[in-house]
Ligand binder design. Structure first.
Ligand code: F6P
Length: 547
């Protein structure tokens, strides 16, 4: 048994789970009319209702004991102070510094990083203003109309999600496109719609070694040069964002168009850095700074607020409750806001690349579960596909429901209907429908005894299925910043309790290595026998069909 599962706090939760699992949420609500007030929190315009969770005040106290036992307060201080908490890579994890206001001091290796952070933000402002007001133009003198971000993972998902989420703040003159996949279809389908004279490419890559990104960047450059007939066009039509300035210069990017960031920014935590340039170009730098300010407000809340009223701590510990004490293995994120359509995909990388690990900080294999599978789709669409399983499947799948109180597109009764669906779903998941209730319903419909009894089991809903609801006034840059930072810190809380390093990602390396070895075999003609029978079979099938 590990220290964690052996600990008093863990054991107390285990014992408590056997008590709670016999209780029903509907009963808890009936017994306590103040449950919503007790189990909800507000920060500015953001409300977290966590009352529809399988918890009592005692549960919360026990969960917070576990957080304290894990020395969460020390870890929070260590992260914000720039300690090298990413031990396997000997790096700090300082995304919080990227959104700290001017005048703050944050030291890494004895050097204050804030002047560099603000130097790059100033560069982003100059560049994005110049592109947006048309003073920076393409090779033939035309203003830019399309920005294509070439990047993958953390160098794409954040900007893609944020540009979609903040479309109402987006420029009417400038479109943002995102190309990630090494499948040429991604690039080809994007370029089909674009005019090379008015297209600006941003090559985003922390390492500037990622195969997909460099391959797409090479092909984009070839497309541009072919259509504009001049190699010099590259200097005006390409910008780069990277920590690897040697590689950007080798690629031939004009140094004035290179935006730097640092190894203490993790890829999936990087949208606040220059990686956010496509966002700044699309919504303008003032709005980008609002996004940073929202994240900073959440940072301050996380750092300063007692655990009992701390949103990321509460959300993180609720996740632990279900993953470790109810064996939940997946978690749904269900935004009732079409603009948040990419939010679940963004969280998949944030959560699963951070905490999808089975070896703890001391190098031991964990004897407890870690990250749940994150998935989701916007409501109401999901209701007509996978919600069946949420309501009546065999698994418990905790879920976050997110919704704005006001729509950017008020139209008839659409928004009231959207919210009615959102609230109805969490209510239905919590309440369920008992056999007695189903029987009464069917009898009222005049269904005869025999038909009634055979239909009854299918119409029963077990209920007791937990959810959080996050409501916000409207999805604006500040609110989005708060939301993203809330999930970043929730991930951090869980990583601390699980005693894992949330900031490395060795698990993605092996596949990359094998693909590197395999590529020459696919490019050649030689029949292969050097792999397992399945891989040999696939390679040889490809080679035979290719020829
Ligand atoms: O392969 C995973 C990963 O390393 C992510 O962590 C990262 O966000 C992505 O690849 C892209 O890396 P880069 O920004 O260095 O191109």
């Amino acid at each position: 048994m590990s220290n964690l599962t052996h600990s008093t706090a863990w054991q107390a939760l285990s014992a408590h789970q056997t008590v709670i699992s016999k209780q029903a949420l509907r009963g808890m609500f009936r017994a306590d009319p103040a449950r919503f007030d007790k189990f909800s929190l507000q920060l500015e315009g953001l409300l977290l209702d966590y009352s529809k969770n399988l918890i009592t005040e005692e549960t919360l106290a026990l969960l917070l004991n576990l957080a304290r036992q894990s020395k969460l307060d020390d870890w929070i201080a260590r992260m914000f102070n720039g300690e090298k908490i990413n031990t396997s890579e000997q790096r700090a994890a300082l995304h919080t510094a990227l959104r700290a206001p001017r005048g703050t001091e944050v030291n890494v290796d004895g050097k204050d990083v804030m002047p560099d952070v603000h130097r790059v933000l100033d560069h982003m402002r100059r560049f994005s203003d110049a592109v947006r007001n048309g003073s920076l133009r393409g090779h033939t003198g035309k203003p830019f109309r399309d920005v294509v971000n070439i990047g993958i993972g953390g160098s794409a998902l954040g900007p893609l999600m944020a540009c979609e989420a903040l479309k109402p703040y987006g420029s009417a003159q400038l479109n943002a496109h995102f190309v990630s996949n090494v499948d040429a279809t991604d690039l080809a389908e994007t370029l089909k719609r674009l005019d090379p004279e008015t297209t600006l490419f941003i090559v985003s890559s922390k390492t500037f070694t990622t195969q997909e990104t460099l391959t797409n960047a090479d092909s984009a450059r070839a497309w541009l040069v072919k259509h504009l007939g001049a190699e010099e066009a590259v200097a005006r039509h390409f910008a780069a964002i990277s920590t690897n300035l040697t590689a950007t210069s080798k690629f031939g990017i004009n140094p004035d168009n290179v935006f730097e960031f640092w190894d203490w920014v993790g890829g999936r935590y990087s949208l606040w850095s220059a990686i956010g340039l496509p966002i700044a170009l699309y919504i303008g730098m003032d709005n980008f700074e609002q996004l940073l300010a929202g994240a900073h407000a959440m940072d301050e809340h996380f750092r300063e607020t007692p655990f009992e009223r701390n949103m990321p701590v509460i959300m993180g510990m609720l996740g632990i409750w279900y993953a470790n004490f109810f064996d939940a293995d997946s978690y749904a994120v269900l935004p009732y806001d079409q603009y948040l359509q990419h939010f679940p995909a963004y969280l998949q990388q944030l959560e699963m690349e951070s905490n999808g690990k089975r070896v703890d900080r001391d190098g031991h294999e964990t004897d407890y579960a870690t990250q749940m599978v994150i998935w989701g789709e916007p409501g109401t669409n999901g209701q007509h596909s996978f919600y069946q399983l949420l309501h009546q499947g065999t698994r418990m799948i905790p879920a976050d429901f997110l919704a704005p109180l006001a729509s950017h597109n008020p139209m008839g009764e659409h928004h009231a209907m959207l919210l009615a669906n959102c609230f109805a779903q969490t209510e239905a998941l919590m309440l369920g429908k008992t056999a007695e209730e189903v029987r009464a319903e069917l009898m009222a419909q005049g269904i005869g005894d025999e038909a009634l009894e055979s239909l009854l089991p299918y119409k029963v809903f077990p209920g007791n299925r937990p959810s959080n609801t996050l409501l916000f006034d409207q999805l604006d840059p500040r609110t989005l910043g708060m939301l993203i930072a809330l999930y970043e810190h929730k991930v951090f809380v869980q990583g601390v309790v699980w005693n894992i390093n949330s900031f490395d990602q060795w698990g993605v390396e092996f596949g990359k290595q094998l693909a590197g070895k395999l590529l020459p075999e696919l490019q050649g003609k030689q029949h292969t026998s050097s792999h397992d029978a399945s891989t040999n079979g696939l390679i040889n099938h490809y080679l035979a069909r290719k020829s």
